[in-house]
Write a protein that binds this ligand. Structure first.
Ligand SMILES: Nc1nc2c(ncn2[C@@H]2O[C@H](COP(=O)(O)OP(=O)(O)OP(=O)(O)O)[C@@H](O)[C@H]2O)c(=O)[nH]1
Ligand SMILES: [Zn+2]
Length: 207
């Protein structure tokens, strides 16, 4: 995969004034973003959120998932430290795309869970990849991550993609009565952890 940096600009937000960096995956044409704050190229581990696009949660305030609240919480946390990076990856709907996610939601409205809905549509439960992150972080000069996530498989996939992770920090936000069942399925069937953080030993990858 070849990820290319295209342009950067200032991005004032309600949390902080970030730098926004635009990247393009030359193979797929996908446009990925990085928000950065502070001196992230000094060799010390960097607080990082790797966020997958969720149009319904991030832009439309959907309560079906926890994405919008997690995005805001991650930006606030990076702002509070004064240093960090948020990768905003354009792999909507766990990689199946927005319209297929709406198809999956329609099945879920009929009682199917989030994993089986993807499978019924002919997709894997999670079709995302993280190979682009190594190139984006390399361009930004980031040496290693303290990763904000509840998803141990994301930690493993990033490590496999060549991104060193020294710590996983839980990012629990946006739980409500609409997404209780969805979050329970993510914990039971997708390995998500909702209450613990951990420091990883050298070369350790979570299951
Ligand atoms: N196919 C599908 N995608 C969903 C559904 N709900 C949320 N998503 C997508 O899931 C992605 C976010 O993944 P999550 O499982 O919430 O979280 P994660 O990124 O794996 O883990 P965290 O780092 O802990 O947030 C976004 O791309 C959403 O659009 C759903 O029911 N079906
Ligand atoms: Zn979401």
């Amino acid at each position: 995969m070849s990820i290319q940096h295209i342009a950067s600009c200032r991005l004032p937000t309600v949390s902080a004034q970030f730098e926004l960096h635009g990247f393009q995956d030359a193979d797929t044409g996908a446009e990925h973003l990085a928000l950065t704050l502070g001196a992230i190229n000094d060799g010390a581990p960097v607080l990082c959120r790797v966020h997958s696009e969720c149009m319904t949660g991030d832009a439309l305030f959907s309560q079906r998932c926890d994405c919008g609240a997690q995005l805001a919480a991650a930006m606030e946390r990076i702002a509070a430290e004064g240093r960090g990076v948020l990768l905003y990856l354009r792999q909507e709907g766990r990689g199946i795309g927005l319209l297929n996610k709406i198809r999956a939601y329609q099945l879920q409205d009929g009682g199917v869970d989030t994993v089986d809905a993807n499978v019924r549509l002919g997709f894997p439960a999670d079709a995302r990849g993280y190979a682009m992150c190594a190139g984006m972080l390399g361009h930004l000069g980031v040496a290693s991550l303290r990763l904000l996530t509840n998803n141990p498989r994301k930690v493993a996939a990033l490590a496999e993609a060549g991104v060193p992770i020294v710590e996983r920090i839980a990012l629990v936000s946006g739980h409500n009565h609409h997404n209780q069942g969805y979050l329970a399925v993510k914990a039971a069937r997708m390995g998500h952890l909702f209450d613990t953080s951990c420091v990883l030993a050298d070369d350790e990858v979570l299951p």
